[in-house]
Design a protein around this ligand. Structure first.
Ligand SMILES: *[C@@H]1O[C@H](CO)[C@@H](O)[C@H](O)[C@H]1NC(C)=O
Ligand SMILES: *[C@@H]1O[C@H](CO)[C@@H](O)[C@H](O)[C@H]1NC(C)=O
Ligand SMILES: *[C@@H]1O[C@H](CO)[C@@H](O)[C@H](O)[C@H]1NC(C)=O
Length: 454
């Protein structure tokens, strides 16, 4: 059984009220509101379709004769502590939480009108998990979002609806009207056209009339040809990273377990990304105008297992003293210096700057650069070729405020990290430097920016 939870770090967002019409040009013009593989979630497909013999063998051996549907009563969520669950998520520093309300096999975590005996109230936990967790998250400052798969692999009504090309079956309106999520993260779009899913009509309703029209944020999974093109922020494919600054907000959707989005009983510690690896993905994403979506699967008792809790809290411990380098920042004119140094930036004063700019220009007096250093060289000094020094330049370790020495090297700057305040640092995995008054003159590597700002 799976119930996935997804966390989002870093979101920038203002709403411009407009009347949207059912075509992608209009819908895409809406700005984002400010503000072992066994047991993985594809198992029913692999088993029922006999498409993967090791899955079939595994299930025959351990669960002889049991059908997938018979697992549902074992998903009890009996140890779910909603406030404790929300607390762990909030402690991670995530700004959005996205609950998998329905995955590809159709089981809904709310008592859906189209999912009789295949939802969390009728079978399993015997409670409305979408509502329960919403109540808990409303006590935190983490936005509450819902993941929804368009697929319903084996539902006879869904299959016949598909044959008739009608789309009476899939109904996201119910979820939006009942739970008023802050984000809708769709999936399972690849088998259907957006016309079949009536996605444009849905989005027009969502943006113009729905109860969440001013705050809702959506992704790009609205039909077989929408990925990376249409909708709100662009997810492209799972684990996406473009490697360069993007004109539209995008997202790296990744899972803490390297091999599965759903909880696995046979997961090993080494299967779980380290804190440093997650922070590197976070830095790479926000340096290029992206977000990070970090997935973990709670177990069938509704718990976030300790290894995931430890990762989430440790990530939060790093983020807390470094939060100004993340939230409310924008990309900088340079995204990185090699694989180990990534940049974000903020401005002291945004007067005269387009609020929807995708990166901050470099201005000696106004721009603050945050350099994320992932590997301090053995010699204790790190070179930042993209940053130019002036007489006024100040460099400090962000988390502690400790000033550090620096000098010019070539046209860049070299920073002396011999004397780190080790006991005060939240982590030595990553050091974020706050750099003020770097030159605005020297800018040789600046990207040729030809993007239109959306
Ligand atoms: C998988 O099984 C379902 C139901 O038995 C069937 O409709 C579908 O076409 C199968 N898919 C593949 C790829 O075999
Ligand atoms: C299915 O319905 C859509 C929208 O009504 C229409 O554009 C499309 O041509 C139909 N497809 C088929 C195969 O009938
Ligand atoms: C320190 O090591 C880094 C990485 O190997 C190198 O780029 C840099 O030039 C070295 N600095 C000094 C002062 O030796």
């Amino acid at each position: 059984m799976k119930s996935l939870a997804l966390l989002i770090f870093a979101f920038t967002a203002g709403v411009v009220a407009t009347n949207y019409t059912p075509n992608w040009n209009s819908l895409d013009s809406r700005p984002l509101p400010l503000c072992s593989r066994y047991g993985s979630e594809w198992i029913w497909w692999k088993w029922r379709n006999h498409s993967q013999s090791d899955v079939v063998e595994y299930l025959d051996k351990h669960f002889h004769g049991q059908s997938y549907a018979e697992f549902a009563p074992q998903f009890t969520a009996e140890h779910l502590d909603p406030d404790g669950f929300a607390d762990i998520v909030a402690a991670s520093g995530a700004k959005y939480f996205v609950l998998t309300s329905k995955h590809h096999e159709g089981y809904t975590l709310w008592p859906s009108a189209t999912s009789f005996q295949w939802n969390a109230v009728d079978v399993g936990p015997k409670r409305d998990l979408v509502a329960t967790l919403k109540t808990a998250f409303k006590k935190t400052d983490v936005h509450y979002g819902l993941y929804f798969s368009h697929l319903d692999w084996y539902h006879p009504l869904y299959i016949s609806d598909d044959k008739l090309n009608r789309t009476d079956f899939v109904d996201l309106h119910e979820l939006v009207n009942q739970y008023e999520p802050d984000i809708i993260w769709c999936d399972g779009e690849w088998e259907r056209r957006d016309t079949y899913l009536k996605s444009k009509e849905f989005l027009v309703w969502l943006y113009n009339e729905s109860p969440v029209k001013d705050k809702i944020v959506v992704n790009d999974r609205w039909g077989e040809d929408t990925l990376g093109k249409h909708g709100g922020f662009l997810t492209h494919y799972d684990h996406f990273h473009p490697g360069q600054l993007q004109p539209r907000k995008w997202e790296d959707a990744m899972s803490l377990d390297k091999h599965s989005w759903g909880y696995r009983q046979n997961m090993k510690a080494s299967d779980v990304f380290t804190v440093k690896e997650v922070l590197l993905k976070l830095a790479r994403a926000i340096s290029c105008n992206g977000n990070l979506l970090l997935n973990f699967g709670p177990n069938r008792y509704g718990q976030i297992v300790p290894i995931f809790e430890e990762r989430l809290r440790s990530i939060g411990n790093f983020i807390k003293p470094n939060s100004v380098a993340i939230y409310g920042t924008k990309a900088w004119i340079h995204q990185n210096d090699g694989d180990n140094v990534w940049y974000t930036s903020s401005v002291r004063n945004d007067h005269g700057l387009d609020p929807r700019r995708i990166f901050n220009p470099q201005d000696q007096e106004n721009t603050i650069i945050y350099a994320w250093i992932f590997d301090i060289p053995d010699n204790g000094t790190v070179n930042l070729p993209s940053v130019g020094q002036t007489d006024k330049t100040k460099v400090a370790i962000l988390a502690t405020g400790t000033a550090v020495n620096h000098g010019s090297i070539g046209k860049g700057i070299t920073v002396d990290l011999h004397a780190l305040p080790l006991k005060k640092l939240p982590s030595t995995d990553v050091i974020i430097l706050k750099i003020e008054y770097a030159t605005s003159l020297y800018n040789p590597l600046a990207p040729q920016v030809t993007f239109t700002i959306v």
